[in-house]
Design a protein around this ligand. Structure first.
Ligand SMILES: [Zn+2]
Length: 386
């Protein structure tokens, strides 16, 4: 793989399909749906495809078109990333307006929707109208996790060419960490295995010691649950860690945005005048609202990642308790001893029951149950037998 395709890790079949579409514009499809498990690189693949479509050379990765698409600044590639919990109709309307324009410099007008599963019903309907009568030079690239295909309405799916990504092999992920990010090979191999082929997560683990410690704290939970007090403590720790992580991430994003808005309004400079000041207050309020919604989502994502890690450890225990590990890839190979110990203490049924409990907790959180309440119920259900 070379050029823009280098970033699409472990997906040779998908890359071949996209390259063929770029090479033959007459066979071009107006709507594509990139699906795949979390971390498989849906939006990375969609962005590489967008670059290759705009590049005079099919995605060499070095020309102006490639570089601006990858940097997110190309005039004919519009991206929607939901910052809050959903993509609303206002965001989508704006896109549809842009999608109706002819490309200003590129060959295509590309509209890329990350997390298309987060579109509200009204937003989906607006997109659907566009897909029913696509403008000649407009290409829609929608991305959505494959775990819940029903989250993207079938009316939209049926109008898209579906590109299915798979979880990239661990060695392909390790390889890209070494080549692209300069990570030490041993750490790269460990991170790729610990992240189960989730590229972004593997990079995060490889580059950030805080992330490695947070993962360790989560995976230490199951064997610590020996009493009710221990369960309640573990719940506090899980919820607290997720909040800390999202606070840190939000603070980084919020500070720069608030500063930018203040600057553009001239707040803090000499008297902006009463009208400008009140308009500014409104804009800042609007920004605060969006930032709050994003913080909620970051917190949920962080807690959800911890729950996925927990469920995977119980799955490893289940493997030990039933078939044994012959030919099975453990989700947490570095916690093999823990999985074995758990298997011994809770047995296959205990492991299954605990996996269900984790799933119940994820569902409860999705339905806006307070994290503290949902996670306490979980850790109590995960308690080890006496
Ligand atoms: Zn190029």
């Amino acid at each position: 793989m070379s050029g823009v395709w280098e970033q699409v890790v472990g997906q040779s079949a998908v890359v071949a399909e996209l390259q063929a579409a770029v090479a033959d514009p007459t066979a071009m499809t107006h709507a594509w749906l990139f699906t795949g498990p979390p971390g498989s690189g849906r939006s990375v693949a969609a962005r590489a495809f967008a670059a290759a479509l705009q590049c005079p050379d099919g995605g060499d990765g070095t020309c102006h078109a490639c570089r601006t698409v990858l940097a997110g600044t190309h005039a004919d590639v519009q991206t929607v990333v939901p910052e809050g919990l959903s993509i609303g109709v206002a965001e989508v309307r704006e896109l549809v307006r842009i999608a109706g324009r002819a490309p200003s410099q590129g060959r295509w007008q590309v509209v890329l929707v990350e997390d298309a599963d987060r579109m509200t019903e009204q937003a989906s309907n607006t997109v659907l109208k566009m897909l029913e009568e696509p403008p000649a030079r407009t290409v829609f690239l929608l991305c959505a996790p494959s775990l819940h295909p029903e989250d993207v309405p079938v009316t939209i799916r049926s109008r898209c060419r579906v590109v299915g990504l798979r979880t990239p092999p661990v060695d392909a992920v390790a390889d890209v960490l070494v080549r692209r990010d300069g990570v030490d090979p041993a750490l790269a191999a460990w991170s790729a295995a610990a992240a189960g082929g989730h590229v972004g997560r593997a990079r995060h683990l490889a580059r950030d010691e805080t992330a490695r410690l947070a993962r360790k704290a989560v995976l230490d939970v199951p064997l610590s649950l020996v009493s009710l007090a221990a369960c309640l403590n573990a719940a506090d720790d899980l919820v607290g860690a997720a909040k800390e992580e999202s606070d840190r991430a939000s603070a980084e994003l919020d500070g720069a945005e608030t500063e930018a808005v203040k600057q553009s309004l001239g707040v803090g400079a000499r008297g902006p005048g009463v009208a400008a000041a009140s308009r500014g207050a409104g804009q800042l309020k609007e920004l605060e609202k969006r930032q709050k919604s994003r913080a909620t989502r970051l917190g949920r994502d962080s807690l959800d990642r911890a729950l996925v890690d927990l469920a995977a450890l119980y799955r490893d225990a289940l493997v030990f308790a039933t078939s044994g590990t012959q030919g099975v890839t453990l989700a947490h190979p570095d916690r093999r001893a823990d999985a074995e110990e758990l298997a011994r203490r809770i047995g296959p049924e205990g492991a299954l029951r605990r996996i269900d409990a984790v799933l119940d907790c994820r569902r409860a959180l999705e339905q806006n149950v307070k994290p503290q309440i949902a996670v306490e119920a979980l850790t109590v259900a995960l308690r080890l037998p006496a």
